[in-house]
Design a protein around this ligand. Structure first.
Ligand SMILES: [Zn+2]
Length: 448
């Protein structure tokens, strides 16, 4: 005997969607019926479009499985939406597909967000889903993951009308008669005219290049190269007005390296606006800019903003010589926190073992060792402990001494003076630090 449904089999009804007053019956591919209220379909979906006067006798057959339909219909009823974060991809994918097909809006975004979370796994399936349903944001997330894969692996998978745009994302051509090919760091090809490159730039074509069509690899990304090459043609040049600091800086650095003067001129203007605007929000990019332009004052200014950041992240901004300078600079800041912690031993507070019953109750002390102020002989109310705790977090505690030393009150005037002299000793040490540019001076020549 086969398990396949036969005409004699009575269709089973979903345990959840079995309401007697629902007007429409859907049947899944595996023979489960779902009784759904027309009003919910009308409010939540555009795609089911049931006939206006169908009745329980008209069953609408759907090609989806009951597990997919069960999840999908839960999105159109006023109840907490199904948690699909932990679904198997094999369940999530058909649900996302059905949500798009039937335009169940409440499910579409949730499915897309969860597909993005599954990347980089299943990148091919997700790419196809994005293409089928023209989901631009999803496409933007998945396409870069596939760029390193050979084109012949991707093209057979694509619907016909997507092949041309896809190829365009891999190759920019500045004309059919372009006679030299560059390849960006992220493997995008640029077909360019040798004459334009030779007239408008330097150092782009290796001296040994024999003029064949082999691609010339470059270290810049495709977004940077696209801008650079457009400065070599007699078409309107990009004005870069809306560009953010980091892309501007990357374009400027490449323009300088390849001596593309129109690009140098415009990035120079835009960076002059962007650097002060982004100083606090993008100190890393500002530092890259400052080092490239050998702007010593700016290097020292932004070093103060970066000093509390993770060491590894900051050194990514530097070449080898600057990394050594940063190491020395950071070491000096670190020494200040160490000295600040040791300063406690010279203060006129004393760490004493105190019998709890010797103290008046309102101090509520439950420790037997406390700092006792020499002036008023009272405990310092944990202020010293709080400062020590903040200094213990490292150099970042020195960037905001107001916070590190924040106190609601002091035990007495002498206690306050002791704490303030502690803070002043740190401020003095910071003032006497050498500047980063001075430490780096061996490896840097002041800018032109
Ligand atoms: Zn005191």
């Amino acid at each position: 005997m086969s398990d396949a449904p036969t005409i004699a089999d009575k269709p089973r009804v979903s345990e959840k969607f079995n309401s007697e007053d629902a007007e429409i019956v859907f049947q899944s591919s595996d023979g489960i019926q779902f009784r759904i209220h027309r009003v919910n379909l009308l409010v939540c979906s555009e795609g089911f479009s049931p006939p206006d006067h169908c009745t329980f006798n008209d069953v609408v057959f759907l090609p989806e499985s009951s597990s997919t339909m069960d999840l999908l219909f839960r999105f159109i009823y006023p109840e907490p939406q199904p948690d699909i974060e932990n679904l198997e991809f094999e369940v999530l994918a058909p649900l996302a597909e059905a949500a798009e097909k039937y335009l169940v809006y409440s499910a579409m975004n949730t499915c897309t967000i969860n597909l993005i979370k599954r990347l980089p796994d299943h990148d091919t399936e997700i790419l196809l889903h994005a293409l089928r349903h023209s989901k631009a944001k999803l496409l933007a997330r998945v396409a870069p993951l596939l760029l390193d894969r050979p084109l012949q692996d991707i093209v057979p998978l694509l619907p016909d009308h997507h092949i041309v745009p896809w190829k365009k994302t891999k190759r920019f051509s500045f004309g059919a008669d372009a006679d030299i090919v560059f390849r960006s760091r992220n493997s995008v090809r640029f077909n360019v005219h040798r004459r334009n490159v030779q007239v408008m730039s330097k150092n782009l074509i290796p001296l040994a290049h024999d003029g064949t069509l082999d691609t010339i690899p470059l270290l810049e990304s495709s977004s940077v190269l696209k801008v650079l090459f457009s400065f070599m043609y007699p078409d309107p040049h990009p004005d870069l007005e809306e560009d953010q600091l980091l892309p501007l800086e990357l374009i400027a650095a490449a323009a300088e390296k390849y001596e593309i003067y129109p690009a140098i001129a415009i990035t120079d203007i835009r960076l002059r606006d962007a650097v002060p605007r982004e100083l606090k929000t993008q100190p890393g990019a500002v530092m890259q800019h400052a080092v490239r332009t050998k702007n010593l004052a700016l290097i020292d200014q932004v070093a103060l903003l970066l000093i509390g950041n993770a060491f590894a992240a900051t050194t990514k901004l530097f070449d080898h010589a600057m990394t050594l300078a940063w190491l020395e600079y950071h070491e000096k800041w670190h020494a200040i926190t160490q000295n600040a912690l040791e300063f406690v031993s010279q203060m006129r507070f004393q760490l004493r073992k105190v019998e709890i019953q010797n103290l008046s109750n309102h101090f509520q002390l439950d420790e037997s060792e406390v700092f006792i102020c020499d002036g008023c002989m009272r405990p310092d109310n944990y202020l010293i402990g709080s400062v020590v705790g903040k200094l213990g977090r490292g150099v970042q505690s020195l960037q905001n001494l107001d916070d590190t030393f924040s106190a609601k009150s002091y035990c007495c005037n002498q206690g306050e003076q002791e704490i303030l002299s502690w803070r002043r000793s740190i401020e003095d040490a910071i003032r006497s630090l050498p500047k980063l540019s001075a430490i780096a001076s061996g490896s840097m020549v002041p800018g032109a």
